[in-house]
Design a protein around this ligand. Structure first.
Ligand code: NAD
Length: 276
């Protein structure tokens, strides 16, 4: 099996750098998809309560026959469950659906500033970590002001922030802020939800290396020190997206991809204004 890379987190644990994302994967297909990925060598699955497939993730994990400690499972507390008591209940619900004793990493899915509850939710994750229900705690879609508020009020820094990040939206300022605070960066929609796969600059780098566009983009995340969770339900693509450890991009490739960044390259919602 490929000797995959792992990223050290500030709490002493480590996360496999390439994982499988399962957003929009129907629960009844998720078990098979997860088992396929684990067979292909993945050891990291990214789900969320909102994806309604945590049950399938647990089933796939058990079907793989792998020891529990070999697979890293991330889930997230949804916006409706923000607040101290609700978030603690949400963690219990996720543990039950996943049929696990402990979640490797639990994130606040969105800061949802309109709700005004992310600080209380963060305190709940600290409590769940103390209780051993969750091993590492982090956030998703946080901007610097949200990060600084939870760090300043609790003294506990999220291990990572999972944010929209791909060659067309490279988030350089937020990544620099993460580095200053010891927060790792995890890229969601790393392939731009597939939209970047037809980019001519990516296609030309792929042709040069005899690789696919998806592999070039995933390798760009890896070479940039990012944790990356591409999604696919197709077994051949799941395998292709993980087969990125036997080549690297050169300085010229990295410069070309750096040039694809756009200030308005965001595909998903803006965390400051999203009201769901
Ligand atoms: P992605 O960028 O991973 O793109 C996935 C799409 O690209 C697939 O549906 C498929 O159409 C295509 N694709 C994948 N591999 C391919 C290949 N080898 N060849 C051709 N086409 C291929 O998009 P995503 O699902 O939005 O993001 C990945 C994961 O990030 C999600 O599954 C989820 O786990 C996470 N995520 C988190 C948040 C958040 O708010 N925290 C938001 C969105 C996504």
């Amino acid at each position: 099996m490929t000797d995959q890379l792992r990223i050290e987190l500030r709490d002493g644990h480590a996360i496999p750098q390439v994982g499988l994302g399962v957003w929009q994967t129907p629960n009844d297909e998720t078990g098979a998809v997860v088992a396929t990925a684990l067979q292909a060598g993945y050891r990291h699955i990214d789900t969320a309560a909102a994806y309604q497939n945590e049950k399938g993730v647990g089933e796939g994990l058990r079907a793989s026959g792998l020891p529990r400690e070999q697979v890293f499972v991330t889930t997230k507390v949804w916006n409706d469950n923000q607040g101290y008591d609700n978030a603690l209940k949400a963690v219990e619900g996720s543990l039950k659906r996943l049929q696990l004793d402990q979640i490797d990493l639990c994130l606040i899915h969105w800061p949802a500033p309109n709700r005004g509850l992310y600080l209380d939710t963060w305190r709940a994750l600290i409590k769940a970590q103390e209780a051993g229900q969750v091993r590492s705690i982090g956030v998703s879609n946080f901007e610097v002001e949200h990060l600084d508020r939870v760090i300043g009020e609790t003294g506990v820094t999220p291990v990572l922030n999972q944010i929209e990040l791909h060659p067309r939206f490279q988030q350089k300022a937020l990544r620099a802020a993460h580095a200053e605070r010891g927060v790792k960066t995890e890229s969601w929609s790393p392939l731009g939800q597939g939209q970047l796969l037809s980019d001519p600059a990516i296609a030309s780098i792929a042709a040069k290396h005899g690789r696919t566009a998806a592999q070039v983009i995933i390798r760009w995340h890896v070479d940039s020190g990012l944790i990356v969770i591409p999604k696919s339900v197709t077994p051949s693509r799941i395998a292709e997206n993980f087969d990125v450890f036997s080549f690297t991009l050169d300085a010229e490739d990295m410069a070309v991809i750096a040039g694809l960044d756009q200030t308005d390259g965001r595909i998903g919602p803006n965390p400051m204004t999203a009201t769901f």
